[in-house]
Design a protein around this ligand. Structure first.
Ligand SMILES: [Zn+2]
Length: 218
């Protein structure tokens, strides 16, 4: 571990904000079939993605109730379930979920083309909603300045996309309460000192991984 950035609002596990950014001293090998940094779902036939295969990875215990943890990153491919199947099989309800969304590129830096706008429109977002997340010009803020390498030339049929906003809207549509969705509010491309960004650095860019664990009981 070469750097640990603790969330500024953290004081103790009981008060939440228990998140940190870890920079590894050596790169993880994510090339093998059992190593994927983040399970990304690439296609969905149904509105909620049911039936699509997703890869889940982790270092958790190797069997239920055991204390043994694996030496390497483990992975399993699972099929996504619809919200109704989740409720039926696991008693899980979107209203009970807490969602934490990690840093991602923002509308300050992220230029996209017609393909992305069409895909979001096909996902059921109307013109007003599209206008709230696709902008003709970059949307820098004091916290997230546009990356230095951003081209000043605007291209036809290209927009600056707020993917975080649309992700939150999709979660809310699925029934996750707004006040149970947490975001970092940080753009990866705006912060070369903190985050890797393929858009900013191209193929030499590092990779980011997200981790989550349940708080120990008792
Ligand atoms: Zn940015």
């Amino acid at each position: 571990m070469s750097q640990i950035v603790r969330f500024a609002g953290y004081s103790s596990p009981e008060h939440g904000h228990d998140a940190a950014l870890l920079k590894l001293a050596t790169a993880l090998d994510l090339s093998g079939p059992n190593a994927k940094a983040i399970g990304v779902v690439t296609a969905a036939d149904s509105a909620d993605g049911a039936g699509v295969a997703a890869t889940v990875t982790g270092w958790g215990t190797t069997s239920s109730g055991s204390n043994s943890t694996p030496d390497g990153l483990r992975s399993v491919v699972v099929n996504l379930l619809s919200n109704s199947a989740l409720a039926q099989q696991y008693g899980s309800r979107p209203a009970d979920l807490v969602v934490a969304i990690g840093p991602s590129i923002g509308a300050c830096c992220y230029e996209v083309g017609l393909d992305v706008r069409d895909a979001i429109a096909r996902a059921g977002f109307d013109d007003r909603e599209l206008a709230s997340c696709f902008f003709a010009h970059p949307q820098p803020t004091a916290r997230n300045p546009s990356m230095l390498s951003l081209s000043r030339t605007r291209r036809a049929d290209h927009w600056f996309f707020d993917g975080l906003l649309i992700t939150c809207r999709q979660l809310e549509r699925a029934g996750v309460p707004q006040d149970r969705i947490y975001t970092s509010g940080l753009c990866t491309a705006s912060h070369p000192d903190l985050f890797c960004s393929y858009r900013r650095d191209g193929s030499p860019a590092g990779r980011m991984a997200a981790a989550i664990r349940s708080r120990p009981l008792g």
